[in-house]
Design a protein around this ligand. Sequence first.
Ligand SMILES: [Zn+2]
Length: 273
Amino acid sequence: MLVDCHVHLNNYTQNPGRPTKENVDELFAKMAEHGVDHAVVLTSYKADVDRPSAEQILEILADDPRTTVVEGLRWRSEARTDLFHMEERLRDGIVKGIKLYPGYDKYPINDPSLETVFRIAAKYDAPVMIHCGDTYAKDAKVRMAHPLLVDDVAVDYPDVKFVICHLGNPWFQDTAEVLYKNDNVYADISGLTLGDFDYEFERYMVTRVKDMITYMGDPGSQLLYGSDWPLVGMGRYIKFLHNLDLPDDVKDNIAWRTTAKLFKLKLPGAPPL
Ligand SMILES: [Zn+2]
């Protein structure tokens, strides 16, 4: 069983203007090719021709059992998320979580304006995924996305479950500390490279992740498999998970079980949780 907790249906530089339906078809083709049973689709902090809104994504995916949608918060952009409608979608189980894009969307993780968002997340037990660490965009503010700031919100909102995306790359040690300290914080291993790993860089990342695991203890209860497809190659990223060389039960937890529990996924054919 394999669940990818972090994929996108945006267009990036290589295919501007591509209809979202084509991206969806490609996602399902890649999942089938690489044996990915389920994918969590994260919508963007912007809505434009290359970044479909949560509403558009929900319409195109039409409750496909292979996918779960997590709604990207549009907070500082021109067309902000309507929290009333987001709350309805969470209440109805149409979206299963909220994704924050601090740094890109020009607010820090511990911005007081997010209180309403976190209260909604607590009310519906909806995980809050947070882009943490390096921002590929030069006009984003990376300090605002530092994983150490997740400690602030994890302490202030103990009823909310937070996911540090990308292990907070390159602040792995800070992420390990925040995970070790807070049981309501998780982290996904997505997006640690762009495209496919080369050998040297993959060895580097495997070492970083192993160091984190040594520090934080049981990785299976807090780490989640995610790729960041299409920014990374799905097949090569699955190989990265295997190259971490973890015991089978720990690997299974990272590969699907912890994500399934966190998002309360119904996975056809999955063994009992
Ligand atoms: Zn991503």
